[in-house]
Design a protein around this ligand. Structure first.
Ligand SMILES: NC(=O)c1ccc[n+]([C@@H]2O[C@H](COP(=O)([O-])OP(=O)(O)OC[C@H]3O[C@@H](n4cnc5c(N)ncnc54)[C@H](OP(=O)(O)O)[C@@H]3O)[C@@H](O)[C@H]2O)c1
Length: 371
């Protein structure tokens, strides 16, 4: 069974991650300064797994030695998550007003202590152990008023990057969890309503991926990792329609200038290719009778195209004028459909392998179901 040391696990992200690892049967070594909240967390987690909780301050070398002793007693560590951190004063002073003794304390907790924890437990790290140093976007972006905390996280990030280079036998990650609805976030925005911030649980899947997967060492944003994981779910998750054209420049001009599509990726090494963002993608399967009915509504007569591109737009008048300027030809005037859309059928410019184009604007969300 795997064992993790998580610092600062009595609330917030540390506790959310401890819960997720407890569910997976990991043995946990946890700390926090406040003994009561830590004991409450320990008692809850101990119903699921083995937990050692040691109250103390990560900035205190004697406390770190106690954590290291516990790590050894558990037979070594598969993961260390340096999560404990302090914001500093709330509200945060600008740098020129920042009391230096207070800044020293912030650095002690946020930079020196995480390294101190790793130095203390180094003899207990199993080969390939995961090290996660919890950082922040404030360690990368220069937000005014965030000079103390932000620069401490910047130092932690660089320290992590060098640790990664110096220890290829470990997996060192430095991770921005994103804004989270926690006590620290409330302290950073005193008196503000922070109910729009996601709960720390939403950042946890990214941490689990780093702790259990085989990601290369480096900096990660926890919630972006989760998005990648979602996309990696088995089953179809992406519609990409591939069109072969003879005149690449002309077709791209139509797509970009006519339809206003943005390029997601392009390739020019061998010939030319580009992938364009189209927003939501769906596939519609219609029998001949249903196609005839849509043709009747949109064009007033049977067209019977086997393949038709139907693109939702925000403003049909604007989009229609733009595609016609770029080479499309209207098949009919714009029509209000019985299914709550305003549609126009057009013919694509020659050379594109799909000739029929419908532009549609959703007028009535309640009615907006595919015909
Ligand atoms: N919340 C956000 O929006 C946000 C955004 C970006 C990055 N982060 C980072 O995410 C991590 C977790 O933050 P959070 O929002 O969950 O914070 P939090 O709600 O304030 O929780 C911090 C935890 O760490 C403990 N702790 C703080 N200082 C400690 C120390 N010196 N020694 C031992 N334990 C200590 C706290 O308990 P005691 O106070 O009892 O010690 C508590 O358990 C931090 O590294 C933070 O910088 C947070």
């Amino acid at each position: 069974m795997a064992t993790a040391l998580i610092t600062g696990a009595s609330r917030g992200l540390g506790l959310a991650l401890a819960r997720a690892l407890a569910e997976r049967g990991w043995t946990l070594i946890l700390d926090a300064r406040g003994a009561d909240a830590l004991e409450t967390a320990r008692a809850e987690l101990a119903r699921q797994t083995q937990v050692v909780a040691i109250a103390g301050d990560v900035a205190d070398a004697a406390h770190r030695a106690a954590l290291a002793e516990a790590a050894q007693a558990q037979g070594g560590l598969d993961a260390v998550v340096n999560n404990a951190s302090i914001l500093g004063p709330s509200p945060q002073p600008n740098l020129l007003d920042y009391p230096l003794d207070v800044l020293e304390n912030v650095y002690r907790a946020n930079v020196i202590a995480p390294l101190g924890v790793l130095q203390a437990v180094r003899g207990s790290l199993k080969p390939g152990a995961r090290i996660i140093n919890v950082s922040s976007d404030a360690g990368v972006e220069a937000y005014p008023g965030w000079g103390g905390y932000g620069s401490s996280k910047a130092a932690l990030e660089h320290l992590s990057a060098i640790l990664a280079e110096e220890n290829p036998d470990l997996k060192v990650y430095w991770v921005d969890p994103g804004d989270m609805r926690t006590q620290m976030q409330q302290a950073a925005f005193p008196g503000e309503d922070i109910s729009d911030r996601p709960l720390p649980e939403e950042s946890v899947p990214g941490f689990i991926e780093l702790l259990t997967g085989e990601r290369p060492q480096g900096r990660y944003q926890a919630r972006a990792l989760e998005t990648i994981l979602d996309a990696a779910e088995p089953g179809v998750n992406w519609l990409n329609l591939v069109l072969m054209v003879n005149d690449y420049a002309k077709a791209m001009n139509f797509m970009q200038e006519g339809l206003g599509l943005q390029i997601a990726e392009e390739w020019h090494e061998v010939g030319n290719g580009a992938m364009l963002e189209v927003g939501r993608a769906t596939i519609e399967i219609l029998d001949t009778q249903h196609v005839a009915e849509v043709d009747r509504v949109e064009v007033g007569k049977l067209k019977g195209d086997r393949v038709r591109l139907a693109l939702g737009v925000g403003d049909l008048d604007f989009a229609s004028e733009r595609v016609q300027q770029a080479g499309a030809a209207a098949e009919n005037v714009k029509v209000d459909t019985p299914w709550g859309h305003r549609n126009q059928r057009l013919a694509m410019p020659p050379d594109l392998p799909i000739t029929a184009l419908t532009l549609f604007q959703v007028m009535d969300e309640a009615e907006a179901v595919t015909p």
